[in-house]
Design a protein around this ligand. Structure first.
Ligand code: PMP
Length: 457
Protein backbone atom coordinates (compact mmCIF):
# COMPACT_ATOMS: atom_id res chain seq x y z
CA UNK A 1 0.00 0.00 0.00
CA UNK A 2 1.25 3.46 -0.88
CA UNK A 3 1.94 5.74 2.04
CA UNK A 4 -0.29 8.77 2.34
CA UNK A 5 1.19 12.17 1.61
CA UNK A 6 -2.14 13.98 1.95
CA UNK A 7 -0.92 16.58 4.43
CA UNK A 8 2.33 17.13 2.56
CA UNK A 9 0.35 17.58 -0.67
CA UNK A 10 -1.95 20.04 1.05
CA UNK A 11 1.05 21.87 2.48
CA UNK A 12 2.59 22.00 -0.98
CA UNK A 13 -0.51 23.66 -2.43
CA UNK A 14 -0.36 26.23 0.39
CA UNK A 15 3.39 26.77 0.23
CA UNK A 16 3.49 27.29 -3.53
CA UNK A 17 1.47 30.47 -3.04
CA UNK A 18 4.36 32.11 -1.16
CA UNK A 19 7.46 30.07 -2.00
CA UNK A 20 8.65 29.28 -5.56
CA UNK A 21 8.18 25.52 -6.05
CA UNK A 22 6.79 25.47 -2.50
CA UNK A 23 10.26 24.99 -1.02
CA UNK A 24 13.37 26.94 -0.02
CA UNK A 25 15.92 25.02 -2.09
CA UNK A 26 15.08 23.72 -5.58
CA UNK A 27 16.41 20.24 -4.73
CA UNK A 28 13.65 19.80 -2.14
CA UNK A 29 10.93 19.90 -4.76
CA UNK A 30 10.09 16.33 -5.77
CA UNK A 31 6.91 17.06 -7.75
CA UNK A 32 3.46 18.27 -6.78
CA UNK A 33 2.39 15.03 -5.12
CA UNK A 34 5.80 13.82 -3.89
CA UNK A 35 7.26 16.84 -2.11
CA UNK A 36 7.72 15.93 1.54
CA UNK A 37 7.35 18.33 4.46
CA UNK A 38 9.13 17.25 7.62
CA UNK A 39 7.66 17.25 11.09
CA UNK A 40 10.88 16.36 12.85
CA UNK A 41 14.05 14.31 12.70
CA UNK A 42 15.62 12.26 15.45
CA UNK A 43 18.75 10.13 15.17
CA UNK A 44 18.80 8.48 11.76
CA UNK A 45 15.10 8.95 11.13
CA UNK A 46 12.71 11.59 9.83
CA UNK A 47 8.97 11.82 10.43
CA UNK A 48 6.95 13.76 7.86
CA UNK A 49 3.80 15.77 8.59
CA UNK A 50 1.62 12.81 7.56
CA UNK A 51 3.29 10.76 10.30
CA UNK A 52 5.31 8.59 7.89
CA UNK A 53 8.60 7.59 9.42
CA UNK A 54 11.70 7.03 7.30
CA UNK A 55 15.16 5.71 7.96
CA UNK A 56 16.95 8.58 6.28
CA UNK A 57 20.05 8.13 4.10
CA UNK A 58 20.06 11.65 2.75
CA UNK A 59 20.88 13.23 6.11
CA UNK A 60 20.34 16.68 4.66
CA UNK A 61 22.86 15.89 1.86
CA UNK A 62 25.51 15.15 4.43
CA UNK A 63 25.43 17.45 7.46
CA UNK A 64 23.84 14.79 9.66
CA UNK A 65 26.97 12.94 10.74
CA UNK A 66 25.92 12.03 14.27
CA UNK A 67 22.16 12.09 13.71
CA UNK A 68 19.31 14.57 13.93
CA UNK A 69 18.83 16.43 17.22
CA UNK A 70 21.97 14.96 18.73
CA UNK A 71 21.71 15.85 22.44
CA UNK A 72 25.47 16.43 22.86
CA UNK A 73 25.67 18.91 20.00
CA UNK A 74 22.35 20.59 20.78
CA UNK A 75 23.40 21.12 24.39
CA UNK A 76 26.59 22.81 23.16
CA UNK A 77 24.53 24.89 20.72
CA UNK A 78 22.31 26.04 23.58
CA UNK A 79 25.41 27.16 25.45
CA UNK A 80 26.49 28.94 22.26
CA UNK A 81 23.15 30.75 22.27
CA UNK A 82 24.00 32.20 25.67
CA UNK A 83 27.08 33.79 24.13
CA UNK A 84 24.85 36.08 22.12
CA UNK A 85 24.99 35.40 18.38
CA UNK A 86 27.07 37.65 16.13
CA UNK A 87 28.88 40.80 17.24
CA UNK A 88 30.88 42.00 14.25
CA UNK A 89 33.75 41.03 16.54
CA UNK A 90 35.57 37.78 17.20
CA UNK A 91 35.42 35.32 20.08
CA UNK A 92 38.05 33.08 21.66
CA UNK A 93 36.38 29.91 20.48
CA UNK A 94 37.21 30.62 16.82
CA UNK A 95 40.88 29.90 17.52
CA UNK A 96 40.02 26.71 19.40
CA UNK A 97 37.95 25.33 16.53
CA UNK A 98 40.53 26.43 13.93
CA UNK A 99 43.23 24.65 15.96
CA UNK A 100 41.19 21.45 16.07
CA UNK A 101 40.68 21.58 12.30
CA UNK A 102 44.41 22.09 11.68
CA UNK A 103 45.15 19.09 13.89
CA UNK A 104 42.66 16.91 12.05
CA UNK A 105 43.59 18.12 8.55
CA UNK A 106 47.31 18.85 8.12
CA UNK A 107 46.70 20.88 4.93
CA UNK A 108 44.55 23.31 6.93
CA UNK A 109 47.45 25.40 8.19
CA UNK A 110 45.29 28.51 8.31
CA UNK A 111 41.52 28.55 8.61
CA UNK A 112 38.76 31.01 7.79
CA UNK A 113 35.10 30.35 8.60
CA UNK A 114 32.05 30.94 6.41
CA UNK A 115 28.42 29.84 6.61
CA UNK A 116 27.83 27.45 3.72
CA UNK A 117 29.71 25.23 1.32
CA UNK A 118 28.98 27.67 -1.48
CA UNK A 119 30.58 30.53 0.42
CA UNK A 120 33.66 28.49 1.29
CA UNK A 121 34.29 27.37 -2.30
CA UNK A 122 33.63 30.90 -3.54
CA UNK A 123 36.29 32.19 -1.15
CA UNK A 124 38.69 29.41 -2.15
CA UNK A 125 38.45 30.36 -5.82
CA UNK A 126 38.94 34.02 -5.05
CA UNK A 127 42.03 33.32 -2.96
CA UNK A 128 43.44 31.09 -5.71
CA UNK A 129 42.90 33.79 -8.33
CA UNK A 130 44.54 36.38 -6.13
CA UNK A 131 47.52 34.15 -5.32
CA UNK A 132 48.21 33.10 -8.90
CA UNK A 133 47.00 36.23 -10.66
CA UNK A 134 45.05 33.94 -13.04
CA UNK A 135 41.26 34.08 -13.41
CA UNK A 136 40.22 30.76 -14.98
CA UNK A 137 39.62 27.45 -13.28
CA UNK A 138 39.09 23.78 -14.03
CA UNK A 139 36.16 21.77 -12.71
CA UNK A 140 35.92 17.97 -12.87
CA UNK A 141 33.09 16.73 -15.11
CA UNK A 142 30.02 15.82 -13.08
CA UNK A 143 31.21 17.89 -10.10
CA UNK A 144 29.03 20.17 -8.01
CA UNK A 145 30.52 22.93 -5.91
CA UNK A 146 27.60 25.09 -4.88
CA UNK A 147 25.29 27.73 -6.18
CA UNK A 148 27.50 30.61 -7.24
CA UNK A 149 28.05 31.79 -10.79
CA UNK A 150 31.65 30.63 -11.32
CA UNK A 151 30.81 26.97 -10.70
CA UNK A 152 27.27 26.74 -12.07
CA UNK A 153 28.51 25.19 -15.31
CA UNK A 154 28.58 21.68 -16.68
CA UNK A 155 30.24 19.84 -19.51
CA UNK A 156 27.39 18.68 -21.72
CA UNK A 157 28.69 15.18 -22.41
CA UNK A 158 25.24 13.91 -23.38
CA UNK A 159 25.06 16.24 -26.37
CA UNK A 160 28.64 15.81 -27.48
CA UNK A 161 30.20 13.51 -30.04
CA UNK A 162 33.57 12.12 -28.93
CA UNK A 163 36.29 13.23 -31.29
CA UNK A 164 34.57 16.54 -32.05
CA UNK A 165 36.76 18.68 -29.79
CA UNK A 166 36.08 19.48 -26.14
CA UNK A 167 32.53 18.86 -24.84
CA UNK A 168 30.36 21.99 -24.90
CA UNK A 169 30.08 23.92 -21.64
CA UNK A 170 26.62 24.99 -20.52
CA UNK A 171 25.28 27.03 -17.60
CA UNK A 172 23.36 25.11 -14.91
CA UNK A 173 21.04 28.04 -14.44
CA UNK A 174 19.58 30.96 -16.26
CA UNK A 175 20.98 34.22 -14.99
CA UNK A 176 24.57 32.98 -14.82
CA UNK A 177 26.56 35.54 -16.84
CA UNK A 178 27.69 34.01 -20.13
CA UNK A 179 30.96 35.97 -19.90
CA UNK A 180 32.04 33.55 -17.16
CA UNK A 181 32.00 30.62 -19.58
CA UNK A 182 35.40 31.53 -20.95
CA UNK A 183 36.86 31.24 -17.43
CA UNK A 184 35.67 27.67 -17.00
CA UNK A 185 37.28 24.43 -18.18
CA UNK A 186 36.32 20.81 -17.57
CA UNK A 187 38.30 17.62 -17.25
CA UNK A 188 37.18 14.02 -16.74
CA UNK A 189 38.19 12.43 -13.44
CA UNK A 190 41.06 9.93 -13.46
CA UNK A 191 42.56 11.06 -16.75
CA UNK A 192 45.85 12.78 -15.98
CA UNK A 193 46.77 13.03 -19.67
CA UNK A 194 43.63 15.03 -20.37
CA UNK A 195 44.42 17.34 -17.46
CA UNK A 196 48.00 17.76 -18.61
CA UNK A 197 46.92 18.59 -22.13
CA UNK A 198 44.37 21.12 -20.83
CA UNK A 199 47.02 22.76 -18.66
CA UNK A 200 49.62 22.78 -21.41
CA UNK A 201 47.22 24.67 -23.64
CA UNK A 202 45.73 27.05 -21.05
CA UNK A 203 47.98 27.34 -18.02
CA UNK A 204 48.64 31.03 -18.59
CA UNK A 205 45.05 31.76 -17.60
CA UNK A 206 44.19 28.89 -15.21
CA UNK A 207 44.63 29.68 -11.51
CA UNK A 208 42.71 26.84 -9.86
CA UNK A 209 41.85 23.18 -10.23
CA UNK A 210 38.70 22.43 -8.27
CA UNK A 211 38.31 18.77 -7.40
CA UNK A 212 36.21 16.63 -5.11
CA UNK A 213 38.32 13.45 -5.12
CA UNK A 214 35.33 11.43 -3.92
CA UNK A 215 32.48 12.94 -5.86
CA UNK A 216 29.71 13.37 -3.32
CA UNK A 217 27.34 14.61 -6.00
CA UNK A 218 28.26 12.00 -8.56
CA UNK A 219 27.72 8.54 -7.08
CA UNK A 220 30.85 8.97 -4.91
CA UNK A 221 33.02 8.23 -7.94
CA UNK A 222 36.54 8.23 -6.58
CA UNK A 223 39.87 9.42 -7.86
CA UNK A 224 42.80 7.01 -7.91
CA UNK A 225 45.62 7.92 -5.58
CA UNK A 226 47.93 7.96 -8.61
CA UNK A 227 45.63 10.43 -10.37
CA UNK A 228 45.53 12.74 -7.35
CA UNK A 229 49.33 12.60 -7.16
CA UNK A 230 49.69 13.36 -10.85
CA UNK A 231 47.19 16.22 -10.54
CA UNK A 232 49.10 17.64 -7.56
CA UNK A 233 52.34 17.59 -9.56
CA UNK A 234 50.74 19.15 -12.61
CA UNK A 235 49.22 21.92 -10.49
CA UNK A 236 52.60 22.64 -8.97
CA UNK A 237 54.31 22.63 -12.36
CA UNK A 238 51.83 25.05 -13.92
CA UNK A 239 51.32 27.32 -10.88
CA UNK A 240 47.73 26.24 -10.37
CA UNK A 241 46.13 26.06 -6.91
CA UNK A 242 44.59 22.68 -6.18
CA UNK A 243 41.36 23.30 -4.32
CA UNK A 244 40.06 20.11 -2.74
CA UNK A 245 36.37 20.46 -2.03
CA UNK A 246 35.69 18.41 1.09
CA UNK A 247 32.28 19.93 1.76
CA UNK A 248 30.81 16.43 1.75
CA UNK A 249 33.79 14.19 2.49
CA UNK A 250 35.31 16.35 5.24
CA UNK A 251 35.19 14.89 8.78
CA UNK A 252 33.09 12.04 7.33
CA UNK A 253 35.21 9.58 5.36
CA UNK A 254 38.08 10.02 7.84
CA UNK A 255 39.01 12.49 10.56
CA UNK A 256 41.26 14.16 8.03
CA UNK A 257 38.78 13.71 5.18
CA UNK A 258 39.57 12.37 1.76
CA UNK A 259 43.07 13.86 2.02
CA UNK A 260 43.82 11.47 4.88
CA UNK A 261 42.36 8.52 2.97
CA UNK A 262 44.45 9.28 -0.10
CA UNK A 263 47.53 10.55 1.69
CA UNK A 264 47.97 13.97 0.12
CA UNK A 265 47.69 17.66 1.01
CA UNK A 266 45.59 20.21 -0.84
CA UNK A 267 46.75 23.76 -1.43
CA UNK A 268 43.33 24.95 -0.31
CA UNK A 269 40.48 22.81 1.01
CA UNK A 270 36.88 23.52 1.91
CA UNK A 271 34.68 21.95 4.59
CA UNK A 272 31.11 22.37 5.69
CA UNK A 273 28.50 19.70 6.13
CA UNK A 274 29.66 17.22 8.72
CA UNK A 275 31.58 19.74 10.79
CA UNK A 276 28.67 20.94 12.93
CA UNK A 277 26.08 18.18 12.54
CA UNK A 278 23.77 20.49 10.59
CA UNK A 279 24.38 23.91 12.11
CA UNK A 280 25.39 26.33 9.37
CA UNK A 281 29.14 26.83 9.29
CA UNK A 282 31.88 26.15 6.74
CA UNK A 283 35.60 26.51 6.33
CA UNK A 284 38.11 27.53 3.73
CA UNK A 285 41.57 26.47 4.82
CA UNK A 286 44.99 25.84 3.37
CA UNK A 287 48.66 26.46 3.05
CA UNK A 288 49.85 29.39 5.09
CA UNK A 289 51.43 31.43 2.29
CA UNK A 290 48.26 31.12 0.21
CA UNK A 291 45.83 31.79 3.06
CA UNK A 292 47.79 34.89 4.13
CA UNK A 293 46.42 36.53 0.98
CA UNK A 294 43.21 36.86 3.00
CA UNK A 295 43.45 40.30 4.50
CA UNK A 296 46.42 41.05 2.28
CA UNK A 297 44.43 41.95 -0.76
CA UNK A 298 41.64 39.39 -0.63
CA UNK A 299 38.25 40.28 0.83
CA UNK A 300 36.63 37.68 3.07
CA UNK A 301 34.12 37.80 5.89
CA UNK A 302 30.43 38.36 6.43
CA UNK A 303 27.92 39.40 9.06
CA UNK A 304 27.02 35.85 10.06
CA UNK A 305 30.44 34.21 10.02
CA UNK A 306 31.05 32.33 13.27
CA UNK A 307 27.63 32.73 14.80
CA UNK A 308 28.10 31.60 18.39
CA UNK A 309 25.53 28.80 18.05
CA UNK A 310 27.13 27.29 14.93
CA UNK A 311 30.61 27.67 16.30
CA UNK A 312 29.74 25.92 19.56
CA UNK A 313 28.05 23.14 17.58
CA UNK A 314 31.16 22.80 15.40
CA UNK A 315 33.42 22.62 18.43
CA UNK A 316 31.35 19.82 19.96
CA UNK A 317 30.83 17.89 16.72
CA UNK A 318 34.54 17.99 15.83
CA UNK A 319 35.48 16.95 19.36
CA UNK A 320 33.18 13.93 19.09
CA UNK A 321 34.41 12.99 15.61
CA UNK A 322 38.04 13.41 16.63
CA UNK A 323 37.98 11.78 20.05
CA UNK A 324 35.33 9.05 19.94
CA UNK A 325 34.83 6.08 17.62
CA UNK A 326 31.84 7.74 15.88
CA UNK A 327 33.46 7.52 12.44
CA UNK A 328 34.33 3.85 12.95
CA UNK A 329 30.70 3.20 13.93
CA UNK A 330 29.51 5.01 10.81
CA UNK A 331 31.87 3.11 8.55
CA UNK A 332 30.90 -0.20 10.15
CA UNK A 333 27.19 0.49 9.68
CA UNK A 334 27.83 1.54 6.08
CA UNK A 335 29.66 -1.73 5.42
CA UNK A 336 26.87 -3.80 6.94
CA UNK A 337 24.30 -1.87 4.96
CA UNK A 338 26.17 -2.48 1.72
CA UNK A 339 26.74 -6.16 2.52
CA UNK A 340 23.01 -6.59 3.17
CA UNK A 341 22.02 -4.77 0.00
CA UNK A 342 24.56 -6.75 -1.97
CA UNK A 343 23.11 -10.01 -0.72
CA UNK A 344 19.64 -9.00 -1.87
CA UNK A 345 20.83 -7.88 -5.30
CA UNK A 346 23.17 -10.84 -5.89
CA UNK A 347 20.47 -13.32 -4.97
CA UNK A 348 18.46 -11.88 -7.84
CA UNK A 349 21.34 -11.77 -10.29
CA UNK A 350 21.42 -7.97 -10.43
CA UNK A 351 24.86 -6.62 -11.32
CA UNK A 352 25.94 -3.87 -8.93
CA UNK A 353 28.83 -2.25 -7.13
CA UNK A 354 29.32 0.25 -4.34
CA UNK A 355 31.34 3.34 -4.98
CA UNK A 356 33.30 5.63 -2.66
CA UNK A 357 33.27 5.16 1.10
CA UNK A 358 30.68 3.30 3.22
CA UNK A 359 29.92 6.57 5.07
CA UNK A 360 28.68 8.00 1.77
CA UNK A 361 28.43 5.13 -0.65
CA UNK A 362 27.16 5.35 -4.20
CA UNK A 363 25.04 2.45 -5.48
CA UNK A 364 25.84 1.65 -9.09
CA UNK A 365 24.10 -0.94 -11.21
CA UNK A 366 27.09 -2.46 -12.92
CA UNK A 367 29.78 -4.90 -11.78
CA UNK A 368 32.56 -2.38 -12.20
CA UNK A 369 32.43 0.96 -10.46
CA UNK A 370 32.43 4.05 -12.69
CA UNK A 371 35.76 5.90 -13.01
CA UNK A 372 34.32 9.19 -14.09
CA UNK A 373 31.05 10.96 -14.93
CA UNK A 374 31.12 9.68 -18.50
CA UNK A 375 30.94 6.09 -17.17
CA UNK A 376 27.99 7.02 -14.98
CA UNK A 377 26.17 8.60 -17.92
CA UNK A 378 26.80 5.49 -20.00
CA UNK A 379 25.32 3.29 -17.29
CA UNK A 380 21.70 2.29 -16.94
CA UNK A 381 20.12 3.91 -13.93
CA UNK A 382 16.56 2.85 -14.81
CA UNK A 383 16.54 0.36 -11.97
CA UNK A 384 17.66 2.87 -9.37
CA UNK A 385 15.20 5.48 -10.61
CA UNK A 386 12.34 2.98 -10.39
CA UNK A 387 13.42 1.59 -7.01
CA UNK A 388 13.86 4.86 -5.11
CA UNK A 389 10.14 5.78 -4.91
CA UNK A 390 9.35 2.22 -3.75
CA UNK A 391 11.87 2.61 -0.95
CA UNK A 392 10.26 5.89 0.05
CA UNK A 393 6.89 4.16 0.28
CA UNK A 394 8.47 1.47 2.42
CA UNK A 395 10.02 3.95 4.86
CA UNK A 396 13.58 4.32 3.58
CA UNK A 397 14.60 7.72 2.27
CA UNK A 398 17.31 7.84 -0.36
CA UNK A 399 17.75 10.54 -2.99
CA UNK A 400 15.63 9.80 -6.09
CA UNK A 401 18.72 10.64 -8.18
CA UNK A 402 21.33 7.87 -8.04
CA UNK A 403 24.15 10.39 -8.27
CA UNK A 404 23.58 11.19 -4.61
CA UNK A 405 25.32 8.71 -2.29
CA UNK A 406 23.74 7.13 0.77
CA UNK A 407 24.77 9.09 3.84
CA UNK A 408 25.23 7.25 7.12
CA UNK A 409 25.16 8.83 10.57
CA UNK A 410 26.29 7.50 13.93
CA UNK A 411 22.71 7.13 15.16
CA UNK A 412 21.86 4.71 12.35
CA UNK A 413 23.78 2.07 14.26
CA UNK A 414 21.24 2.26 17.08
CA UNK A 415 17.80 0.64 17.16
CA UNK A 416 16.65 -1.55 14.29
CA UNK A 417 17.56 0.77 11.42
CA UNK A 418 19.64 -1.79 9.57
CA UNK A 419 17.04 -4.56 9.74
CA UNK A 420 14.26 -2.16 8.78
CA UNK A 421 16.27 -0.84 5.82
CA UNK A 422 17.22 -4.26 4.49
CA UNK A 423 13.69 -5.59 4.75
CA UNK A 424 12.41 -2.57 2.83
CA UNK A 425 15.25 -2.86 0.33
CA UNK A 426 14.42 -6.48 -0.45
CA UNK A 427 10.78 -5.63 -0.97
CA UNK A 428 11.56 -2.57 -3.07
CA UNK A 429 13.92 -4.57 -5.31
CA UNK A 430 11.27 -7.25 -5.88
CA UNK A 431 8.57 -4.71 -6.63
CA UNK A 432 10.90 -2.91 -9.03
CA UNK A 433 11.88 -6.11 -10.82
CA UNK A 434 8.24 -7.01 -11.18
CA UNK A 435 7.30 -3.57 -12.46
CA UNK A 436 10.14 -3.33 -14.94
CA UNK A 437 9.38 -6.82 -16.30
CA UNK A 438 5.77 -5.84 -16.66
CA UNK A 439 6.74 -2.57 -18.38
CA UNK A 440 9.10 -4.46 -20.66
CA UNK A 441 6.39 -6.89 -21.63
CA UNK A 442 4.05 -4.04 -22.43
CA UNK A 443 6.80 -2.21 -24.27
CA UNK A 444 7.74 -5.27 -26.34
CA UNK A 445 4.14 -5.92 -27.25
CA UNK A 446 3.81 -2.32 -28.37
CA UNK A 447 7.16 -1.80 -30.11
CA UNK A 448 8.88 -5.16 -30.47
CA UNK A 449 12.06 -3.33 -29.47
CA UNK A 450 14.48 -4.03 -26.64
CA UNK A 451 14.81 -1.53 -23.79
CA UNK A 452 18.36 -0.90 -22.54
CA UNK A 453 17.75 -2.24 -19.04
CA UNK A 454 16.62 -5.70 -20.01
CA UNK A 455 20.06 -7.27 -20.18
CA UNK A 456 20.24 -6.94 -16.41
CA UNK A 457 16.82 -8.39 -15.62
N1 PMP B 1 30.64 21.59 -2.57
C1 PMP B 1 30.19 20.33 -2.50
C2 PMP B 1 31.12 19.21 -2.81
C3 PMP B 1 28.86 20.09 -2.13
O1 PMP B 1 28.43 18.83 -2.07
C4 PMP B 1 28.01 21.17 -1.86
C5 PMP B 1 26.57 20.96 -1.45
N2 PMP B 1 25.98 19.79 -1.79
C6 PMP B 1 28.54 22.46 -1.93
C7 PMP B 1 29.86 22.63 -2.27
C8 PMP B 1 27.69 23.65 -1.60
O2 PMP B 1 27.39 23.66 -0.26
P1 PMP B 1 26.13 24.46 0.30
O3 PMP B 1 24.91 23.76 -0.17
O4 PMP B 1 26.31 24.42 1.79
O5 PMP B 1 26.22 25.85 -0.21
Amino acid sequence: MRRSLDRSNKQFRKAIQRLPLGVSSNFRYWGEDKTIYVDHGKGGRITDIDGNEYVDYRMGYGPGILGYADPRVDEAAREGMQVGGVFALSTEMEYEVAKRISQMVPAAELVRFSNSGTEAVMAALRIARAYTGKDSHIIVEGGYHGLFDSVLWYADIENWTPGSGDPPIEAESEGVPQVLKKLTHFTPLNDANYLEDLLKRNHQSIGAFLIEPMMGNCCSITADVAYVQAATELCEKYNVIMIVDEVKTGFRVARGGVQELMGFKADICTFAKAMANGYPISVVAGREDIMRKVGDGVAHGGTYTCHSVSLAAAQKTLEILDETDALETIEGYGRNLQAGMSEVLSARGIAHSFVGHPAMGGLFFNNTAPRNYRDWLDSDYTFYDAMAPELHDLGVLCEPDSREPWFVCEAHAKDDNLAKTLLAFEKAVDITLHKLKHDKLKHNQQHQSVPRMESKL
